[in-house]
Design a protein around this ligand. Structure first.
Ligand code: ADP
Length: 378
């Protein structure tokens, strides 16, 4: 192609001026047209890369992932949160489909580019988003993605909790109702049988009382209505209390219940809360150990004290350990319920220890299970 001559340029200029003044469509020729297109693109690029700092700040300070999608369906500009969604960490120039791999979103963007605002819930493999698509002037679309992963997870946990709690409450209620009905329909007249049914009512009512108390405790802890009164707690006295309380149950099973706490060792915590933690741990240890011993120990570790409840029970398989402190999580649901457990003891213990600024951990193997409670020393 010959170089663009001055006369060609002058002719094109004249024709364009005439067209803009109301004349016929100017035919500029291939080269001048290309020149015009390149100039236009350069202007557009300048417009999209060198942005108003205030606009840039607005985008980057949005807590949501935000992007402007241009007419061609590609991301023209976006903030860091949106960039982070793209596999390579940069979303500019990509289509929303390439960034999120969601055909549903791609379809919504297409419709928003045609002028329809929309909101939709987007489920990606590991995260959930609430998406808002707003058509802008110049035929572009503003895409806002609010991360709702945590919200959804906590809503699901709440739903599960209500379902679990109802299920737990239903069992003793059904047993009490059944026993009462049997008594009313004749068993009351047979003293031996009657005693058995009244015992069932009593046992199940006790279970209901434990459950409702645990549920109340948990709800107070989770809504932060539990007031911790932190003061020095004598760990030797605490261990003695546990021994007295659980001694009879341990003796009945032929278990040795021991304490090994140096005199004068003090933890900084809430006495009542710590008592409840130790009672829960020793109760479990005695409940789940068939033979051998349960030991309550404590020792100083630098600035902290470590309180330990160890048993020689069957141990807990490693894959259960991570979930052991969850509400209603049980290794062997049938056996644990039979043993009278509510499934909330460890969840409550964890909340109590954390509320006192400490940490509770568990280790388990063939030789038994051991819970460690770390608290600041007094
Ligand atoms: P539960 O009221 O069922 O005992 P917890 O929250 O106290 O509920 O304990 C949760 C589960 O952890 C129990 O059901 C049991 O399976 C397991 N577990 C707790 N402590 C021990 C232990 N010392 N040895 C074996 N399993 C235990």
């Amino acid at each position: 192609m010959p170089p663009l001559g001055r006369t060609q340029v002058s002719a094109a200029l004249r024709a364009l001026r005439a067209e803009l003044a109301g004349g016929p469509h100017a035919d500029l020729g291939a080269e001048v047209s290309e020149l015009a297109a390149l100039l236009l693109e350069r202007e557009l690029r300048r417009f999209t890369t060198v942005r108003d700092p205030a606009e840039q700040e607005l985008l980057s300070s949005l807590p949501d992932a935000a992007a402007v999608v241009a007419k061609d369906g590609r991301v023209k500009v976006c903030n860091a949160a949106f960039d982070a969604l793209a596999a390579g960490g940069r979303a500019a120039g990509m289509t929303p489909l390439e960034v999120t791999r969601s055909a549903e979103l791609a379809d919504a963007v297409k419709r928003a580019l045609e002028g329809t605002a929309r909101r939709l819930d987007l489920e990606l493999p590991r995260r959930s988003f609430s998406v808002q698509l707003t058509p802008l002037l110049r035929g572009e679309v503003l895409l806002l993605l609010r991360d709702t992963t945590e919200e959804r997870r906590s809503a699901a946990t709440k739903r599960d909790f209500v379902a679990n709690a109802s299920h737990e409450l239903r069992t003793p209620v059904a047993a009490i109702r059944g026993a009462a009905e049997t008594l009313l329909s004749g068993a009351l007249e047979q003293p031996e049988a009657a005693r058995g049914f009244v015992e069932i009512v009593h046992r199940q009512a006790e279970r209901l009382a434990r459950l409702t108390q645990d549920l109340l405790d948990l709800s107070r802890l989770e809504s932060r209505q539990w007031r911790f009164e932190v003061a020095p707690v004598d760990l030797e006295a605490l261990a003695r209390m546990a021994l007295e309380l659980h001694g009879p149950a341990a003796q009945k099973k032929g278990l040795a219940l021991r304490a090994s706490v140096p005199p004068g060792l003090l933890a900084l915590g809430d006495g009542r809360a710590l008592e409840q933690v130790v009672v829960n741990l020793v109760d479990n240890a005695v409940k789940y150990t068939a033979a051998g011993s349960v030991t309550v120990g404590a020792e100083r570790h630098g600035e902290d004290v470590r309180l330990t409840v160890a048993d020689t029970g069957p141990g807990i398989e490693p894959h259960h350990l991570a979930r052991l402190f969850e509400r209603f999580y049980r290794v062997d649901p049938g056996r644990a319920r039979e043993a009278g457990g509510t499934g909330l003891g460890l969840a409550i213990a964890k909340h109590l220890v954390q509320g006192m600024g400490g940490e509770i951990t568990v280790r388990s193997g063939a030789e038994g299970t051991r819970f460690d409670v770390r608290l600041p020393a007094a």
